[in-house]
Design a binder for this molecule. Structure first.
Ligand SMILES: CC(C)(COP(=O)(O)OP(=O)(O)OC[C@H]1O[C@@H](n2cnc3c(N)ncnc32)[C@H](O)[C@@H]1OP(=O)(O)O)[C@@H](O)C(=O)NCCC(=O)NCCS
Length: 212
């Protein structure tokens, strides 16, 4: 029996996640039954795009409280995702873990609930991904790295081995984090940056080498 699932956020990231759920169903047989999307302030454009995807809008996020379903937070901004995660924790529902069939996962990894791997994402060995970590298309995470709650790794970014990435970190598109680096909670790594030194919490770094 396919398990019911609700996607939070009907923006681009949420609609991309609908694509991941669809790919999982096509690849493994019907695993998920998508009930629809919840969103506190859906734009007219997003509602129109949902219709084109044949997906239903179910109401504000609070509507989840009355549902018996898994959920996934389809919001790309790690801080907003963390705020939503706090709210959903009160509803007592479990988040789904979604791994696109074109993602690869190596040995002995620990993924928490709510983790999403987009197509082409690569995780090697002994990696820990905290709740609601999303690895976007073609992002890679090397051996022994740990990524904290709600951290977002954008397309083509590479987190090398033995990195310690805090919660609510955004790693921008095509950025590289060199081996053994620690990135503090709430930090932002700019697109295309090469991080060669530890990044303090709540700090934005950019450029090559990345500087605050
Ligand atoms: C680094 C970043 C967080 C800065 O955001 P911001 O504070 O709003 O920056 P601004 O756009 O105001 O630009 C400030 C300055 O930084 C420069 N800058 C912005 N992003 C940069 C980047 N990634 N690398 C180098 N310089 C950058 C701008 O050119 C500007 O320079 P100037 O003051 O000399 O004109 C952001 O640009 C970024 O790279 N975010 C990641 C986005 C991403 O991954 N998107 C993919 C979504 S799937």
């Amino acid at each position: 029996m396919p398990e019911p699932i609700v996607i939070i956020g009907c923006g681009g990231h949420g609609r991309e996640i609908l694509g991941i759920v669809t790919a999982i169903n096509e690849h493994r047989g019907d695993t998920w039954k998508v009930l629809g999307f919840v969103d506190d302030k859906p734009s007219d454009t997003n509602l129109r795009l949902l219709k084109r995807l044949d997906a239903d809008y179910l109401g504000p996020v609070a509507a989840l409280a009355a549902m018996d379903a898994r959920f996934v937070i389809g919001i790309g901004d790690p801080r907003v995702r963390a705020r939503i995660a706090e709210r959903t924790a009160a509803y007592g529902l479990k988040a789904a873990q979604l791994v696109h069939p074109d993602a690869t996962v190596g040995l002995d990894n620990a993924f928490s609930e709510g983790v999403v791997l987009f197509p082409g994402a690569r995780v090697t060995t002994n990696v820990t991904l905290g709740p609601h970590v999303h690895l976007n298309q073609n992002a890679t995470v090397g051996h022994d790295s740990v990524l904290g709650d709600c951290t977002q790794v954008n397309p083509l970014a590479a987190v090398s081995g033995s990195c310690s990435i805090g919660p609510r970190v955004l790693i921008g598109t095509t950025a590289a984090v060199l081996q053994g680096i620690a990135v503090g909670s709430g930090a932002t790594v700019g697109a295309g940056a090469c991080v060669v030194r530890d990044v303090p919490e709540l700090t934005t770094v950019k450029g090559v080498p990345a500087r605050p």
